[in-house]
Structures are given as structure tokens and as C-alpha cells.
Ligand binder design. Structure first.
Ligand code: ADP
Ligand code: MG
Ligand code: ZN
Length: 183
């Protein structure tokens, strides 16, 4: 049997990290060996743990690149989790495919859209090659509808700008379109 790839995607605050933690904890209960990676750039709450906005956490390896993930890889690992996968380059797709081909379960979580609503980094291809895709929603802070976008509260135009609720809020399609004019 081969393994497979699961993608958990959605905007900020949609519970991607919570869901990744839930799946990883279940595999821990089943005594599967697991390893969780996250990009070094995400230092919001901790450098050596994935942490959800609701403060649940699990230990993780911070890595600067896919090459470093390969270096740190435990050869006997059965389940691999990657949080904030949108921050890795396209090499991460090949890595996930290889791991799945080698009988591993690969669970990745990440933003499917950047703050402009454009597909983020390697995510589109990961969605295409994954066996399982879960798209989560947050609650739009303006109207309470399901939110599928992350609205940036400041004018900085770089795609990667790490932050939390001081910089971003979850918004639905119509409140996202209203921009700073939303009620
Ligand atoms: P993600 O990894 O997708 O950014 P997290 O798993 O870190 O999400 O956090 C999800 C948690 O964020 C929710 O359980 C809730 O406590 C909190 N939260 C804050 N703002 C919102 C919002 N607008 N909609 C939904 N959850 C929110
Ligand atoms: Mg998260
Ligand atoms: Zn809305």
C-alpha cells in the first residue's frame, strides 16, 4: 500500500492548525510515529511548536526549506504533518508525493489564498495531487457569514507578512470586496 496526501486549507482563523493538531493527536493515540514541520518564518507563538489561535499546540520542527525537512526526516516516520505549507516553495509538492509514494500519510495545512485573494504558493498543485481536501471557513468578522478570505488590515503590499489578528481578519466574499469601506 502507498500512503496518501491530505490538504487542510482555508483562510486565517478557519481552524486549520486546530484540525492538523486533531489529526496528529489521533495518530499519536494509535501509536504511529509522526513528525510535524513548520516554516521557520512562522514565529508567531513559538518556534518549536505549531500553535493554534485557540492556543492548542504540538511540538514541531521549524525548517527553513524543503531540503532541511529532508535532512531532519526520521526514516521510520509513518505520518508527516506540515503547517503553513504555503510558505514553502514548489519543491514541497515533490516531497509530499515522494513521502506518500513511500507509504506515508502526509497531512498539510495552509492558506489557499493570500491577502489579495490569489492562490498561495504551492497550494494549488497540492490540492490537485492530494487524495483528500478539506476546505475550512472562519466566521466573517463583519457580517457573520462563512469567511473564505483573509483581509489585511494594513497597507503593506508584500505577499508574505506574518501576523495574527492584529494584522488580518476573516471576511466573506462581499465584505472582502468592500475593503476598508466595510461597515
Ligand atoms: P488557522 O490555523 O486556520 O489560522 P487556528 O486553528 O489557529 O486557525 O485557529 C482557529 C481558532 O481561531 C478558532 O477556534 C477560534 O478560537 C479563533 N478565531 C478567531 N477569530 C475567528 C473568526 N473570525 N472565525 C473563526 N474563528 C476565529
Ligand atoms: Mg494556523
Ligand atoms: Zn461578511
Amino acid at each position: 500500500n502507498a500512503g496518501w496526501i491530505e490538504v487542510i486549507c482555508g483562510p486565517m482563523f478557519s481552524g486549520k492548525t486546530e484540525e492538523l493538531i486533531r489529526r496528529m493527536k489521533r495518530s499519536q493515540f494509535a501509536r504511529q510515529s509522526l513528525q510535524i514541520f513548520k516554516p521557520q518564518i512562522d514565529d508567531r507563538y513559538a518556534t518549536d511548536a505549531i500553535v493554534s489561535h485557540s492556543m492548542q499546540q504540538l511540538p514541531s520542527f521549524p525548517v527553513a526549506s524543503v531540503a532541511q525537512m529532508r535532512d531532519e526526516l526520521d526514516p521510520y516516520v509513518e505520518v508527516i504533518g506540515i503547517d503553513e505549507v504555503q510558505f514553502f516553495d514548489e519543491d514541497v509538492i515533490e516531497f509530499c508525493n515522494e513521502m506518500a509514494d513511500m507509504q506515508r500519510r502526509v497531512v498539510v495545512a495552509g492558506l489557499d489564498q493570500d491577502y489579495l485573494g490569489n492562490p498561495f504558493g504551492p497550494i494549488p498543485r497540492l490540492l490537485a495531487v492530494a487524495e483528500y481536501v478539506t476546505k475550512l471557513h472562519a466566521i466573517c468578522v463583519k457580517c457573520g457569514d462563512p469567511a473564505h478570505r483573509s483581509f489585511r488590515l494594513e497597507g503593506d503590499p508584500q505577499q508574505v507578512l506574518v501576523g495574527s489578528d492584529e494584522r488580518y481578519e476573516a471576511r466573506c466574499r462581499s465584505c472582502f470586496a468592500l475593503g476598508f469601506n466595510a461597515p
